[in-house]
Design a protein around this ligand. Structure first.
Ligand SMILES: Nc1ncnc2c1ncn2[C@@H]1O[C@H](COP(=O)(O)OP(=O)(O)OP(=O)(O)O)[C@@H](O)[C@H]1O
Ligand SMILES: [Mg+2]
Length: 215
């Protein structure tokens, strides 16, 4: 069970959106708010987009045992799930993440291709909902990635305060131009590895970033 709630902890939940190849995984990898090592990190990462330093499991018992070992070590760990990616398994995985949260130690939570693992655009399924709604107080810092922002739960938009917005198509252009408060063309014309970053909690305007590809 999640333990040691601390309401003063920051909301660092971050959403990365953009078509395939726009550089979302790069944006996450290069984000200093999501350290690649030395921290407790659990990943839902079927395609191994974040394989550096990550040990993957596709067996639920083995995954749970590795997570227990990581937690008991008292040190950082990077443990990824690359097994079944059904919404049922995603709910299982979210429950495992919830179980290790500790308000005294941040836990970084990386979710690759969120739309693939959820079935609703309204309220998130119960375990994912709990992670997004209550995880902050227990040290969760969720970094969720999706190609299809129209297919993810509203709960995620409600709880994420930080957004990396890459190239979009169709109605998503308008939706994110409004969120960012920039002209439509500023979203429509984004090239791969170009992102708008918005931190709603900072009160600052969105800023444009040009990333360089890194291995
Ligand atoms: N070796 C490389 N040198 C320079 N740019 C590269 C290299 N390999 C890939 N890229 C660029 O990086 C981008 C892909 O980045 P990334 O994998 O982060 O995309 P993504 O948005 O996560 O895609 P997906 O949704 O399919 O996972 C593409 O624009 C690609 O052209
Ligand atoms: Mg990717």
């Amino acid at each position: 069970m999640a333990k040691n709630p601390n309401p003063k902890l920051p909301n660092e939940h971050t959403l990365y959106v953009g078509k395939s190849g726009t550089g979302k995984s790069q944006a996450l990898k290069q984000n200093s708010a999501a350290p690649g090592r030395g921290v407790r990190c659990l990943l839902w990462d079927e395609s191994h987009d974040h394989d550096k330093g990550t040990t993957y499991y596709d067996d639920k018992n083995k995954f749970i045992n590795a997570v227990k070992r990581g937690v008991n070590s008292g040190r950082g760990f990077r443990i990824g799930w690359d097994g079944d990616s059904s919404p049922e398994s995603f709910e299982w995985w979210a429950a495992v993440v919830w179980a290790v949260l500790d308000g005294k130690k941040p836990t970084y939570v990386v979710i690759e291709e969120l739309a693939q693992a959820v079935e609703t655009v309204g309220r998130a399924a119960p375990n994912l909902r709990k992670l997004f709604n209550q995880g902050r107080k227990y040290g969760a810092r969720i970094h969720a990635v999706t190609q299809r922002p129209q297919e993810i739960p509203k709960t995620v938009y409600d709880q994420c305060g930080r957004f990396w917005i890459g190239g979009q198509k169709g109605p998503n252009i308008k939706k994110f131009a409004e969120l960012l408060d920039v002209p439509l063309d500023e979203v429509r014309q984004l090239m791969p590895l170009q992102f708008w970053y918005l931190d709603e909690t900072s009160g600052q305007q969105a800023e444009k970033h040009q990333l360089k590809y890194k291995n």
